[in-house]
Design a protein around this ligand. Structure first.
Ligand SMILES: NC(=O)c1ccc[n+]([C@@H]2O[C@H](COP(=O)([O-])OP(=O)(O)OC[C@H]3O[C@@H](n4cnc5c(N)ncnc54)[C@H](OP(=O)(O)O)[C@@H]3O)[C@@H](O)[C@H]2O)c1
Length: 374
């Protein structure tokens, strides 16, 4: 079903990583089978966005294209095969677009074209443009319906009183939820999160609390950020990454044994000592989730893994089923957003202010969030 869409709309375009992004006028996409056109209200800005679009992170993507990320929007028009989505509905746009005939071919819309021939086909063709735009086209299955009345409704009327920019924080929680659900974090377990002082790392601490971990050991180098995390709950304790593998392992062991180690290291942490300290502190049958962006060959002691029955699992993003389960944590209030979660919106920027948005996001730490509101 199609509603009134403007003929044109504004969007941010990346022409090449060597030149600044530009706000341009585009034809508004039209809905077709299997997709919806959504009016973007607020799109998430990740801490290292600047380094993605200036080429420093060397993420592959087609050029030119409209960058973006997960976003909150309102359905403007839907294709003829939409069965429940209707214009006006509030949705979370999930940037993880997968091949319908091969879900392992995945792109992150607006961020990276993935690493297979199939995923590249998705981003060089139908799903080239993302959410730093007034209107964007997304697959129907990536438009996750949100309970607007409950989430945005005023607390005096029984709602949670969030704004669209608060809902964008779902993104920093969903990523660690994917890994934590994959390794089956259970209520009552002790988990080590490292590094915990970044945006997704800090998100992992909050998600682990909501999933019922009895103790969350937040590891990081930044003592001020660790202090902020320990203020979240008396179930959070902190251990500094000092660079001394043995000493840090002993500090962890005093708090353990831990059942789970969740790693969300950025590429720069490839040489960090925390991998081995955390693995050493796991109890028998400990589980390790790798979700970081490390591009390095890390070693481990084979016999140690075998004798202690350790297991390790990598996770890129999350599945649609995990999103639907995760939303229950938000709806129920078990995982709060915004001020209630110690998170502050540091900036809500227009499309023209993209540079400032990326700069503020890079400095926002574990407590700050930034959105682009086109
Ligand atoms: N698997 C997935 O689906 C997925 C999804 C999104 C992101 N990621 C990956 O997750 C990574 C982390 O995301 P984020 O949002 O938490 O990043 P972030 O906000 O940039 O934070 C980076 C974290 O890494 C720490 N760090 C940086 N250099 C370090 C080093 N040399 N040794 C130890 N710690 C170091 C920082 O601590 P300091 O404060 O001490 O600098 C901070 O805690 C990203 O870079 C990305 O590659 C994976």
């Amino acid at each position: 079903m199609s509603s009134q869409l403007p003929e044109t709309h504004r969007a941010l375009e990346l022409i090449s990583t060597e030149e600044p992004l530009q706000v341009k006028t585009f034809q508004t996409p039209q809905p077709g089978p299997g997709n919806a056109v959504v009016r973007v209200l607020a799109a998430n800005v990740i801490s290292y966005s600047g380094d993605i679009y200036n080429g420093k992170r060397q993420y592959p993507f087609p050029k030119p294209f409209v960058p973006g990320s997960n976003a909150i929007g309102r359905v403007a028009a839907v294709g003829p095969d939409a069965t429940t989505l209707t214009p006006g509905q509030l949705v979370l746009l999930d940037c993880t677009i997968r091949g319908r005939d091969d879900p392992s071919a995945a792109i992150l819309s607006g961020i990276i074209e993935g690493f297979t021939e199939g995923s590249r086909k998705l981003m060089h063709g139908e799903w080239r443009n993302s959410s730093y735009a007034e209107y964007t086209k997304f697959p129907l299955e990536n438009c996750i319906p949100l309970n607007e009345q409950h989430l945005l409704g005023s607390p005096s009327a029984g709602g949670l009183g969030y704004a669209a920019e608060d809902l964008c924080q779902i993104s920093r929680f969903l990523v660690p939820y994917g890994g934590l659900d994959d390794i089956g974090l259970k209520p009552g377990e002790t988990i080590i999160v490292a590094p915990a002082t970044g945006q997704f790392g800090g998100g992992a601490v909050r998600v682990a609390l909501a999933m019922g971990a009895s103790r969350v050991i937040a590891m990081g180098r930044n003592e001020a950020a660790l202090k902020q995390l320990s203020a979240l709950s008396d179930r959070v304790v902190t251990v500094k990454i000092t660079g001394n593998e043995q000493a840090d392992a002993e500090a962890l062991e005093k708090l353990g044994p831990a059942e789970v180690f969740f790693d969300i290291s950025p590429p720069m942490a490839a040489g960090s000592t925390h991998f081995k300290s955390a693995i050493a502190a796991l109890g028998h049958s400990g589980r390790i989730s790798l979700m970081g962006g490390v591009r390095a060959d890390l070693s481990f002691l084979y016999s140690d893994f075998m004798h202690r029955n350790l297991s390790m699992k990598g996770t890129w993003m999350y599945s649609r089923a995990q999103i639907l389960n995760f939303i229950k944590l938000i709806d129920s209030g078990l995982l709060p957003l915004g001020q209630k979660a110690g998170l502050t919106v540091r900036g809500k920027f227009g499309l023209e202010e993209w540079k400032e948005a990326f700069e503020v996001a890079s400095l926002a730490g574990t407590e700050g969030t930034v959105v682009i509101a086109p």
